[in-house]
Design a protein around this ligand. Structure first.
Ligand SMILES: *[C@@H]1O[C@H](CO)[C@@H](O)[C@H](O)[C@H]1NC(C)=O
Ligand SMILES: *[C@@H]1O[C@H](CO)[C@@H](O)[C@H](O)[C@H]1NC(C)=O
Length: 270
């Protein structure tokens, strides 16, 4: 008699909030699909790529990073998705724990990057130096460097003379290259009203001093520009960080709530 009453109560009243449950399910599902997309892009990039110059430049192949991030995200969001749908405590706990781990790792990287900003700058400088050295060996690296220089209106890492790191642009007298002492076209400041684009505008730029170079190319290095960009876009940087952190925090909190609600449900039925 008593047991029947209890069961009846359990049928009509649930400790589990359906809004929290389906919210968690829906967003886990969304990011689950997104993770599949990331893996697909990574695999595509890996298959497409014939040369390994990019991998040698960045120590690790960016395509592999995409695949790893995608696979980790796939398993975490899968746990959240199925855990919420099936009200499975073990899956939800796995989800909550992994997400906390990922969140803390990102937080640690951000804090270390902030407090060791000089070392971060040096490490980034090493990557850019390699990208400059291999500029002509790989179209992706070339596009990346061109994009950075055009977007940030900068040239080289410290300044435009960094292009001597590259065999073709090296400014020593013995260099037989026709582009000796030049900088790539992406360093050039656009000339307003110019009908024909002068792709030779960077030629001989490395022999010029700052004021001379300033007339045709961006004289400031990309390292200083990046710092300036961050300082003038602090709000955007903060918003991006929040956009990354909020879904993770929400996932951790909601899954914890759901876990305790399911546990309440179980003890009430017993
Ligand atoms: C460019 O940077 C290098 C290394 O930091 C420095 O030695 C050189 O004087 C700089 N050249 C100009 C023109 O600013
Ligand atoms: C330019 O090439 C010369 C000769 O190969 C080399 O000694 C020099 O270090 C190069 N310059 C830079 C900045 O790497």
């Amino acid at each position: 008699m008593d047991r029947k009453l209890n069961l009846n109560r359990a049928e009509t009243f649930s400790f589990v909030n359906p809004w929290i449950r389906y919210f968690l399910f829906f967003f886990s599902f969304l990011f689950w699909v997104f993770s599949l997309l990331i893996v697909a892009i990574g695999v595509y990039a890996k298959v497409q790529k014939a040369t390994d110059t990019v991998r040698d430049t960045f120590l690790i192949d960016p395509a592999v990073i995409l695949i790893v991030v995608g696979v980790v995200m796939f398993f975490i969001t899968f746990c959240g998705c199925i855990g919420a749908l099936r009200e499975n405590i073990r899956l939800l706990k796995t989800f909550s724990f992994s997400l906390t781990l990922v969140f803390l790792t990102q937080l640690a990287i951000a804090i270390l990057g902030f407090f060791y900003s000089d070392q971060t700058r040096d490490a980034l400088g090493k990557f850019v130096k390699k990208a400059i050295v291999h500029y002509r060996d790989d179209l992706d690296l070339q596009n990346l460097m061109d994009y950075i220089q055009k977007e940030f209106k900068c040239c080289g890492w410290n300044n435009y003379t960094d292009w001597s790191w590259n065999l073709y642009f090296n400014c020593t007298h013995e260099n037989p290259s026709s582009e000796r002492c030049a900088v790539p076209y992406s360093c050039c400041t656009p000339v307003p009203g110019e009908a024909v684009i002068n792709t030779m505008c960077g030629f001989g730029a490395q022999t010029q001093n700052y004021l001379e170079a300033n007339k045709s190319i961006y004289p400031v290095g990309c390292a200083d520009r990046a710092v300036m960009w961050i300082e003038s876009h602090l709000l955007l940087v903060g918003a991006l960080a929040l956009g990354l952190a909020l879904p993770q925090i929400a996932g951790i909190v909601l899954s914890q709530i759901l876990i305790s609600q399911i546990q309440d449900e179980i003890t009430s039925v017993l």
